[in-house]
Design a protein around this ligand. Structure first.
Ligand SMILES: [Cu+2]
Length: 170
């Protein structure tokens, strides 16, 4: 039964890699003034199906805007407006997305965020890391196949058949 156990472990390692990632904007600093969001975004890997999580105080808000409004810090033509202090923004399609705080002067002071969302099926060279542990190496042996849902299902299917055979023979 040892081989079946190994098979089960491989399945458990492979399957979670396909799950959506919640990106907490700004890490522990949240959505606030005095945070470099270009630096934060450069450490994240955004994929279709992931979420952006904004946490902020009552003096702030979140507007999704066009690239030109992002560049000029124009808040009047928002594509989507979020308020209330905590928002989950689903990343539904690949391409760039732009956000800014509509409070007067905040965007000009740097409270703006641009990200590039990649298609979920794109193989990832490095697994996404959480802002709390940026230096943790993740050298999982399943990393090379973790990006493919098809391979995950294949591994799982083979394991189910294999486990069934082992149970039948023992
Ligand atoms: Cu603000």
């Amino acid at each position: 039964m040892a081989l079946a156990a190994v098979c089960l472990v491989i399945s458990l390692l492979a399957v979670p890699a396909a799950h959506a990632v919640d990106h907490f904007v700004g890490g522990s600093q949240g959505w606030n003034q005095g945070v470099n969001y270009a630096t934060w975004a450069s450490s994240e890997k955004f994929l279709v199906g992931d979420n952006l999580i904004f946490n902020y105080g009552s003096s702030h808000g979140v507007d999704e805007v066009s690239q030109s409004d992002y560049n000029s810090c124009t808040a009047g033509n928002a594509l989507n407006t979020y308020t209330g202090g905590q928002n989950t923004v689903p990343l539904k399609k690949s391409g760039p997305m732009y956000f800014l705080c509509p409070s007067f002067g905040h965007c000009g002071g740097g409270m703006k965020l641009s990200i590039t969302v990649a298609a979920a099926s794109t193989p990832t060279a490095t697994p996404p890391t959480s802002p709390e542990s940026p230096s943790t190496p993740k050298d999982s042996p399943s990393g090379a196949i973790g990006g493919s849902g098809y391979i995950d299902k294949l591994v799982l299917g083979v394991c189910i058949v294999f486990a069934g055979l082992m149970g039948f023979m023992s």
